[in-house]
Design a protein around this ligand. Structure first.
Ligand code: TYM
Length: 331
């Protein structure tokens, strides 16, 4: 039997994950853990490119970590760790930054968006953010990277770095591929369905957080912006309805055809309620597990420590290989 393929992915602990994070990325993480050798990270280093409140950040790192386990990730099977607990990420990131061009980083749409949003804090970290992301992926020699659509440009940059680096030094890094579930690759805001659901949206009804209670979830879906028609179907111009169909499909495993048939002649009110209930049902077991795990602080800390050690051991090999290739003296 050959070795399992490797997977790496990460999430920022800047807020509680929303349904876009969940259906776009995290739900896949769980599905993949049986078949692949998976490493998942809470990327705290990435999160400080935007100012964070230290008390809130610390709580959110712990919350995100507990959520990974509550979603079904098994810390014995997969490696679950906090990025800042493995110093190899920052070190490889520096090295790779010397193999990344200013011009390529200037073209990153996330950099342009975030610079516009925070014009008073366009820091160098915001600019080199995708290099750190490349280091995350390449350190683990990942074959596959399960992400939402918004991260594909960063992944493409990581691929360019691999090509450039391997072109000079031989086969050092594995070429990573994106792993995307098309229907949920971009979950949209419930209030502006042409904009992606985002953690930084100021409208409280735009995003559903995975820890929202049942009533809140149902209320947010009832208020979701749709269109002036009445038919539940996936058609051009019906962004709000298509988004709700994608979410309902992800929560129930029903196809678009089945959903259209189920709500034929029933109107939007019924549909929105059904989506809200389906999402609440889907999240309920995870929320309960989250509450149970969160109260066991010693267990969580132990998992974090073991995850960090495992991550460090795996990545040390890659880093030393790189250091030797570059001509550093490796002791
Ligand atoms: P982050 O924390 O913004 O998002 C985590 C994951 O959620 C996906 N996502 C979405 N998917 C569908 N619809 C949406 N509206 C939506 N919003 C977010 C993201 O694509 C992502 O997969 N830079 C990354 C974190 C990271 C990473 C990595 C990912 C750091 N290093 C290495 C993969 C590999 C980020 O900020 O994700």
């Amino acid at each position: 039997m050959g070795e399992k393929k490797r997977i790496f992915s990460g999430i920022q602990p800047t807020n509680t994950p929303h349904l876009g994070n969940y259906f776009g990325a995290m739900a896949n993480w769980v599905k993949l853990q049986e078949e692949y050798d998976c490493t998942y990270s809470i990327v705290d280093l990435h999160s400080i490119t935007v100012r964070q409140d230290p008390v809130k950040l610390r709580a959110q790192i712990k919350e995100s970590y507990a959520l990974l386990i509550a979603m079904g990730l098994d810390p014995e099977k997969s490696t679950l760790f906090v990025q800042g607990h493995n110093p190899n990420h920052a070190e490889l990131s520096w090295i790779l930054s010397c193999y990344t061009q200013f011009g390529e980083l200037s073209r990153m749409t996330q950099f342009k968006d975030k610079s516009q949003k925070h014009p008073d804090n366009i820091n160098a970290g915001l600019f080199t953010y995708p290099v750190l992301m490349a280091a995350d992926i390449l350190l683990y020699q990942a074959d596959l990277v399960p992400v939402g659509q918004d991260q594909m440009q960063h992944l493409e940059l990581a691929r360019n770095i691999v090509q450039r680096f391997n072109g000079v030094y031989g086969d050092v890094f594995t070429m990573p591929e994106g792993y995307i579930t098309k229907s949920t690759a971009k979950i949209m805001s419930l209030q502006e369905p042409t904009k992606k659901m985002s953690k930084s949206d100021e409208n409280p009804n735009a995003s559903v957080w995975v820890l929202d209670d049942r009533d809140t979830i149902i209320r947010k879906f009832k208020r979701a912006v749709t269109d002036s028609e009445t038919e539940v179907c996936a058609r051009e111009g019906k962004d709000g309805i298509v988004n709700l169909m994608s979410i309902y499909s992800a929560a129930t495993d029903k196809s678009f055809e089945e959903i259209e048939a189920e709500f034929s002649g029933r109107g939007y009110g019924d549909f929105k309620l059904a989506v809200g209930e389906a999402v609440a049902d889907k999240l309920a077991p995870m929320q309960e597990e989250f509450r149970r795990i969160s109260s066991d602080k010693a267990y969580l800390e132990d998992c974090m420590k073991k995850g960090a050690e495992k991550a460090f051991r795996t990545t040390r090999k890659t880093l030393q290989k790189v250091q030797k290739k570059l001509g550093f003296v490796v002791l």
